[in-house]
Design a protein around this ligand. Structure first.
Ligand SMILES: NC(=O)c1ccc[n+]([C@@H]2O[C@H](COP(=O)([O-])OP(=O)(O)OC[C@H]3O[C@@H](n4cnc5c(N)ncnc54)[C@H](OP(=O)(O)O)[C@@H]3O)[C@@H](O)[C@H]2O)c1
Length: 342
């Protein structure tokens, strides 16, 4: 019998998760029902929102339960199809979870076109990551040529795409990232106009210098002290798509007790529009997303860097590394090769 390796949630972490937060186990191979496809996961996405799901409190998705297999998007190969429109050997993007095999509803599977040179793009620019950047920036940020767009976690998966889309729309784009090396990547490879390292004592002054006309759009991926530093720079009628708050996900920061009052003051004084969003709420408003992003990728207007880890044993380290800022670009773990390559 072929076993299905799985990584499950073992214990709710206090603060930063660790190896003990997870347990590896073996389960029987799932059996697909009518309307389902049986998939072998090849590449897994690791994502920050999973940290939010580890708290036992209300969020936009239910909390993880102890013993639950860790969910997540994957690019997988169909090994048995009990649904129309799918065949053995197809590549699909699915919610396959952190495991070798998953039986998933065919209607929730995205068929990856044959001969796609980079199937993992369906975890990055052509997947949920790209939809988040595209829909969040266009619907809430409403970029206009000549405006200044600031993006936090700029060397990460979503942030790197947001800035490049902002360049396509004619903005001056300024990134914020956690090291000089990441800032170099953001300006040299992603072609942002500037990037500022938030881990230097000079951060506030350097950010102000990089935004001589103030900030019209702040695409926030991190919250906390980085956002507090951006706020005084925003212009009247600025827009803030609130995409993520990764600096807060561990839930242990004491925080400045005046921060909320300061935030409310800036919202009023500068008439800022802040809107939180979750990708699945707004992505359906953009039916042209895949076609437009594919064109930008083909034309080299958008480039995508992957932070690739190898092997099932590296899923947890890749996730912990993501929370610690070890990744540059979209964090992906390869756990198997497509059978055509075996
Ligand atoms: N709303 C939605 O639907 C949606 C969808 C996808 C993702 N998101 C959110 O978007 C954000 C980015 O996600 P992603 O998948 O693209 O991850 P990512 O940016 O590729 O990786 C996370 C990055 O966050 C940065 N970071 C970690 N701790 C930080 C801190 N305390 N202060 C500032 N930066 C910190 C690290 O970069 P540095 O080295 O630069 O610190 C790290 O590389 C996350 O907040 C995520 O939850 C939201």
């Amino acid at each position: 019998m072929i076993a299905n390796r799985q990584i499950a949630f073992a214990a709710r972490p206090e603060g930063r998760p660790a190896a003990e937060t997870f347990i590896m186990r073996e389960a029987p191979m799932p059996v697909p029902e009518a309307g389902e496809i049986l998939c072998r996961n090849l590449w897994l996405s690791v994502d920050p929102y999973l940290r939010l799901k580890m708290h036992d409190r209300e969020s936009y998705t239910p909390p993880l339960q102890i013993g639950e297999t860790i969910p997540g998007r994957s690019v997988a190969e169909v090994i048995e199809a009990r649904a129309h429109g799918f065949s053995k050997g197809d590549l699909v993007a699915v919610s396959g979870g952190w495991q070798d095999f998953a039986a998933v509803p065919a209607k929730a599977a995205k068929l990856i076109p044959l001969r796609t040179p980079h199937p993992t793009a369906y975890l990055g620019p052509l997947g949920m990551t790209g939809e988040t950047a595209y829909a969040g920036l266009l619907q809430i940020g409403k970029p206009k040529p000549g405006e200044t767009l600031v993006v936090s976690a700029a060397a990460g998966a979503v942030g790197g795409l947001v800035g490049q889309i902002g360049k396509v729309k004619g903005c001056r784009v300024v990134g914020i990232a956690g090291s000089q090396e990441k800032c170099r990547f953001v300006t040299e490879e992603l072609k942002f106009d500037a990037c500022v390292n938030y881990r230097t004592p000079d951060f506030a002054r350097a950010l102000k210098k990089a935004c001589p006309n103030g900030v019209d759009i702040y695409f926030d991926n991190v919250g906390g002290p980085v956002t507090e530093t951006v706020l005084p720079l925003v212009n009247t009628f600025a827009r803030m798509p609130l995409c993520g708050l990764i600096s807060q996900y561990d839930g242990q920061q004491a925080g400045d007790p005046r921060a909320l009052a300061e935030l409310m003051r800036w919202i009023l004084v500068r008439r800022i529009t802040i809107r939180g969003f979750i990708v699945y709420d707004i992505a359906p408003n953009f039916p042209d997303f895949e076609g437009e992003m594919t064109k930008w990728l083909d034309e080299g207007l958008v480039v995508s860097r992957e932070h690739l880890s190898e092997g099932f044993d590296n899923i947890v380290p890749a996730f912990l590394g993501l929370l610690g800022g070890e990744n540059t670009g979209k964090s992906i773990v390869r756990i198997a090769e497509p059978s055509s390559l075996l």
